[in-house]
Design a protein around this ligand. Structure first.
Ligand code: GLN
Length: 380
């Protein structure tokens, strides 16, 4: 058995959702909306199943979807992508990250990661033979600085894995921060893999800047998106991958023996959805932002010190001012005494975890948010 995997605990998202199912607590842990998602997109998928889109599609994705991805990012992010040589469809963003790691690094290569980070990253880096090097970002602004990058980059750095917007910090990297990463990546001749699954879920009028928008990164970066996040259909697991042709060539080789392909019926529906009017994307953001504000205000009123949320379905709360120093036991207490599930942010660290921050998911109905707030306000 492989040591890296046999010693892993069950991912915090599955563990906390299982706890919510067992105890009947309100689940504000794992990030998924509790509405059905856009009906037209779901209808397209259902029709595609009935219309016979059920056999192996082309390995890199159906042309219709690859063209739609290129057109979508041209329209929303000003990117110019060649759909045939620079676009691929995967079975979720996590597969795309695995493809990138397995395809782009060799045993002993160093991979720079930013803590807090999504819990799938480090096991995949290690399994791919990489040596993780961590940059630790600090609340409340979680900024990437030159001082933080200097000690981790060297001639062995082959890959940088970033997540922007950053889950669970709920922060958004500025163009300057991405340029800084680009400068270091270029100096080490490293490739930047950017998990941009939250690209459409940004608030207060922000506009997402992709790694592919940074000139120094255009030819040395992989951009990864997720239809699940774009359409609030998190179980669909359709990943959207873009990179310059030489990189994409290798990603395709990794993908061919990872999942090979992705359900064609979902690809048809995603191709349709990516062409939706701007109104859809604007109102999705607006609805979520209203929920964020409602939930943040309620949390503050219940005495929880709320940190900013610039994007994602989440809001972080820093309990340090309340003297809480163990986020895991505080989460257990929340389930037991309040009947609310949150995620302890220490689960997103490999080294020197911050143990005072919790993450709540606010992509829920107002009724669910209000009853969670009512329960949280009764906590002593
Ligand atoms: N991305 C989701 C989150 O952060 C979880 C996905 C998963 O459960 N693996 O909550």
């Amino acid at each position: 058995m492989n040591r890296i995997y046999s010693s892993l605990p069950t991912t915090v998202f599955e563990a906390m959702s299982a706890l919510a199912r067992e105890t009947g607590a309100i689940n504000l842990g794992q990030g998924f909306p509790d509405h059905a998602g856009p009906e037209d997109v779901r209808r397209k998928a259902a029709e595609a199943v009935l219309d016979g889109y059920n056999q192996y599609p082309p390995m890199m994705g159906i042309p219709e979807l690859r063209q739609a991805i290129a057109a979508h990012y041209a329209h929303h992010q000003g990117l110019s992508l060649d759909w045939q040589s620079e676009v691929m469809v995967t079975s979720g963003a996590t597969e795309a990250i695995a493809d990138a790691l397995f395809g782009l690094i060799e045993e002993g290569d160093e991979v720079v990661l930013f803590q807090p980070m999504y819990d799938a990253y480090v096991p995949l880096v290690r399994r791919a033979g990489g040596i993780p090097r961590f940059v630790t970002l600090k609340p409340p602004h979680w900024k990437i600085t030159r001082e933080a990058l200097e000690p981790v980059f060297n001639e062995r750095t082959k890959l940088v894995l970033i997540n922007n917007p950053l889950n669970p910090a709920c922060s958004v990297s500025s163009r300057e921060e991405l340029e800084l990463v680009g400068e270091f990546a270029e100096a080490s001749d490293a490739i930047v893999v950017a998990d941009e699954v939250w690209e459409h879920v940004v608030y207060d009028g922000r506009k997402h800047v992709s790694v592919l928008n940074i000139p120094s990164l255009r030819e040395r970066a992989v951009k990864i998106g997720s239809a699940g996040k774009i359409f609030s259909l998190t179980g669909w697991k359709v990943g959207l991958v873009c990179a310059a042709p030489p990189i994409m060539h290798v990603l395709g080789k990794a993908h061919q023996f990872m999942t090979f392909t992705t359900p064609p019926n979902l690809q048809v529906a995603v191709a349709y959805g990516l062409g939706k009017d701007d109104d859809y994307f604007v109102s999705m953001r607006q609805e979520l932002q209203t929920k964020r504000d409602r939930f943040a205000a309620g949390l503050a009123q219940a005495g929880f010190p709320v940190l900013p949320s610039a994007g994602t379905y989440f809001i972080p709360v820093d309990l340090a001012p309340l003297g809480v120093g163990d986020d895991v036991s505080f989460c257990e207490r929340l389930v037991r005494e309040a009947g609310v599930v949150a995620i302890p942010v220490s689960a997103f660290y490999e080294e020197e975890p911050v143990k005072t921050v919790l993450r709540f998911c606010f992509a829920k109905s107002d009724t669910t948010l209000d009853s969670a707030l009512e329960r949280l306000s009764r906590l002593d």
